[in-house]
Write a protein that binds this ligand. Structure first.
Ligand code: ADP
Length: 274
């Protein structure tokens, strides 16, 4: 009787342990699968431009008596080389945001400076497409975080807004302070009047290498890593990034980040006062 009672008491605990172990294994398998997919994706993304470069260099050699063809092939080689450079740079950025603790050298960062930098980064593309960029509400806002990571995150959002919008549209960047459960947050919303994102893809666009339209992404020099970087930066700063979109109408990406506390802001301010 005694023995039975004991095993009955142990059984529920035992099965819970087994369940936990199974869950752990499933999670480990999932992580392993994600890692394998990532390596396969990187290899594929690298192979494409490298393969094109190799074919184009052969074509150049075959066309040595046709200077016009040589120039044409050389131009395409340049495009493939740029694609390769962008991919390697974004891989470096991604590994940096995944490995570095952003809060190690965190400081109050002015939102208007971040916004000005992001706009500057896209100025050329925006001008050539006659896209107007407008920012508002950012004065006096400061976020607490790693300056270069925050600049990369906002830069990617603004770049996407410009890339996935037709000519003669508007990209707006709006900042505001909102109260969150754990204190005040700074919200930066990037709104475009572009192609929008189908509902079924909205969750997945933050995954590494996920693109709604791979051909269109490549045509604009996209690597499929930008939003993965944004999501990682937001999360590691204790914030988040969300998307609202209406197909054919446009999208709004909203970054929510912790506000730089008033005392810290004051300290930084007084340093710059002569
Ligand atoms: P990419 O380098 O392809 O732009 P991202 O990770 O930045 O990679 O974005 C992933 C995908 O999400 C893009 O390929 C595109 O399909 C979609 N996307 C991102 N931003 C926008 C936007 N503002 N409007 C429409 N689609 C977008």
């Amino acid at each position: 009787g005694e023995a039975l009672a004991v095993s009955a008491r142990v059984a529920p605990l035992g099965s819970r342990l087994v369940l936990l172990l199974v869950e752990d294994l499933t999670e480990a398998r999932r992580i392993e699968a994600v890692r394998r997919d990532f390596v396969a994706n990187v290899s594929h993304e690298l192979k494409t431009p490298v393969g094109a470069l190799s074919l184009l260099s052969e074509a150049v050699m075959d066309a040595s008596d046709d200077p016009e063809a040589v120039m044409r092939f050389a131009g395409r080689m340049q495009i493939e080389a740029t694609r390769l450079t962008n991919l390697v740079q974004e891989l470096i950025d991604l590994s940096r945001v995944q490995n570095d603790d952003p809060l190690e050298d965190a400081e109050p960062v002015r939102v208007d400076t971040l916004v000005a930098e992001a706009i500057d980064r896209c100025r050329h593309t925006a001008q050539s497409k006659h896209i107007t960029m407008a920012a508002g509400g950012t004065a006096d806002l400061r976020v607490w975080g790693n300056r270069s990571q925050l600049a990369a995150a906002l830069g990617n959002l603004v770049e996407n807004a410009v890339n996935y919008s037709p000519a003669r549209t508007r990209v707006g960047i709006a900042g505001r302070r909102v109260s969150g459960p754990g204190g005040d947050l700074i919200e930066i919303a990037v709104t475009d009047q572009g192609i929008g994102i189908p509902e079924k893809d909205r969750e997945r666009i933050f995954e590494r290498f996920y693109r709604v339209d791979p051909a269109r992404s490549r045509a604009t020099g996209g690597t499929g890593l930008g939003l993965a970087i944004v999501k990682h930066v937001a999360a590691s700063h204790g914030g988040e990034v969300t998307v609202w979109s209406s197909e054919g109408q446009g999208s709004t990406f909203t970054l929510r980040l912790p506000e730089a506390a008033a005392t810290r802001t004051t300290a930084a301010d007084s340093e710059s006062v002569p």
